[in-house]
Design a protein around this ligand. Structure first.
Ligand code: EPU
Length: 425
């Protein structure tokens, strides 16, 4: 286990450029299995989940590796649809391999995917869509097996809720299916649009990304593409939250503020100065003036306030005046980080999907444990505002989604260090 030690109350200064998004890069890597020519994902992030994806690709017989800062893939002939349990269990994104391996091999077996424990995370929409397209679905213990005896067929399918992952699964499947697929109630997240742009660059015919109605003309052979994954809007929001907690001045460059507009609007409402620049946003906060709390946030699918930023908003609101509530529509256990906040002196309670907190809290350093990826980042943000030293024990979550969170914060003037296994945290 690695531990980040953070001594709070040191303002941040400088400029940061978020890496490419985990939640774009991971499905893009899976989608390269559909491609009949080499692909290159430019400046891909160095994350534990990317390493797991490369290991998974190699385990099923694909050619995928790092080439300097990029990720390179080449088409492989003899793929196998058996996904090893330790790789499936290491991340939620193993689910992205269902559709491409089903299309390519006719048979895929996926032990149920792991990832952050944010409450129940069923895969029923992925499976229902694939079944409608002609896949035979067999659930057996903790694994799912999909078979197809003929090419998948295009369908008119309505998602019962706009799942990001299921939309990506069904877009990939529809690219290989014979005929036209219409997806209704699709997710509109920027990462879905990024996957569509990549597949289109490879030769797919897809329209409607960014809307709930996607139309895919399937059955066209796909080539390859050189593609730059979208910048990480959640990492950008994390640095913005860090500035709000620690004070100082920070420019976040290379990530369109429109990608995390709801979060920037929230920060502006609490009193953080936000100014758009040509390439991003400049933020400033004077810590002698308390932030304004008393807000009600509701996390939901794009373009609403992003669920991944809900714990980060909570960390900021701990230092703001008034009672605030945050409700998360998507995940039942988004606020597992509340226990860490309380250990740091916060007045907050998580009841189901709702977090209630009353600030400003006199935060002090404590020993806390990252319960999940974004919850871990939120505890780091709270530690920046706390008096004294916080030891954040991380059983591996933060490295799944941030290239080098502690290093980035140190580079901006935060007082933090990794006590063990410094590389990569
Ligand atoms: N859902 C179902 N059935 C399904 C699929 C989803 O009931 O078949 C439910 C989920 O249980 C959840 C809701 O639908 O309550 C939304 O889930 P969604 O499928 O949209 O999320 P996801 O694809 O599992 C991705 C990101 C998450 C991010 C969510 C929401 C990846 C790898 N993960 O998850 O990111 O929070 O979309 O935007 O892309 C993270 O980065 O830490 C993270 C958790």
């Amino acid at each position: 286990m690695q531990t980040i030690t953070i001594t709070g109350r040191h303002p941040l200064h400088g400029c940061i450029r978020p890496a490419a998004a985990k939640n774009s890069t991971l499905p893009l890597l899976a989608a390269t299995l559909l491609c009949g020519a080499p692909c290159r994902l430019l400046e891909a992030p160095r994350l534990a989940d990317v390493d797991t994806s490369l290991a998974l690709l190699q385990a099923v017989g694909a050619n995928a590796q790092r080439c300097g800062a990029d990720l390179c893939t080449r088409p492989a002939e003899n793929l196998c649809g058996e996904i090893p349990e330790h790789l499936a269990g290491a991340m939620r994104s193993s689910v992205f391999y269902l559709a491409p391996l089903l299309c390519r091999t006719g048979l895929v077996r996926l032990p149920l995917p792991g990832g952050c424990r944010l409450g129940p995370r069923p895969v029923d929409i992925h499976l229902a869509g694939l079944a409608t397209m002609g896949a035979e679905v067999e659930l057996e213990g903790m694994a799912v097996t999909l078979r197809r005896r003929a090419p998948l067929r295009g369908v008119d399918f309505t998602l019962r809720l706009p799942s990001v992952g299921a939309t990506m699964t069904l877009v990939m499947a529809a690219c290989c299916a014979q005929g036209q697929t219409v997806l209704r109630g699709a997710a509109r997240e920027p990462e879905v649009c990024d996957l569509v742009r990549f597949l289109r660059a490879c030769g797919a015919r897809i329209s409607g990304e960014g809307t709930p109605l996607l139309v895919i003309d399937g059955g066209r052979p796909l080539g390859g593409a050189v593609h730059r994954p979208l910048p990480d809007r959640i990492a950008a929001a994390t640095y913005a939250a860090a500035l709000a907690a620690a004070g100082g001045e920070l420019e976040i460059a290379g990530c369109d503020p429109a990608l995390y507009d709801a979060f920037l609007q929230f920060l502006a409402r609490t009193g953080v100065q936000t100014v758009r620049t040509a390439d991003g946003v400049r933020l400033a906060r004077d810590c002698t003036v308390p932030l304004r709390g008393g807000v009600q946030l509701h996390a939901d699918a794009w373009p609403a306030f992003a669920t991944d930023t809900a714990p980060l908003a909570a960390a900021v609101l701990l230092t703001a005046e008034g009672e605030s509530t945050i409700f998360d529509s998507l995940f039942a256990n988004r606020f597992a980080c509340a226990a860490g906040f309380v250990a740091m002196g916060a007045a907050c309670t998580a009841k189901g999907r709702r977090l209630t907190l009353t600030g400003p809290c006199a935060l002090h350093g404590a020993d806390v444990t990252a319960p999940d990826l974004r919850g871990g980042a939120a505890l780091a943000v709270a530690a920046l505002a706390a008096e004294g030293q916080t030891r954040l024990h991380d059983p591996g979550h933060i490295r799944r989604g941030y290239e080098n969170l502690a290093g980035a914060l140190c580079g901006l003037g935060a007082h933090c260090r990794c006590e063990t296994g410094a590389a990569g945290l």
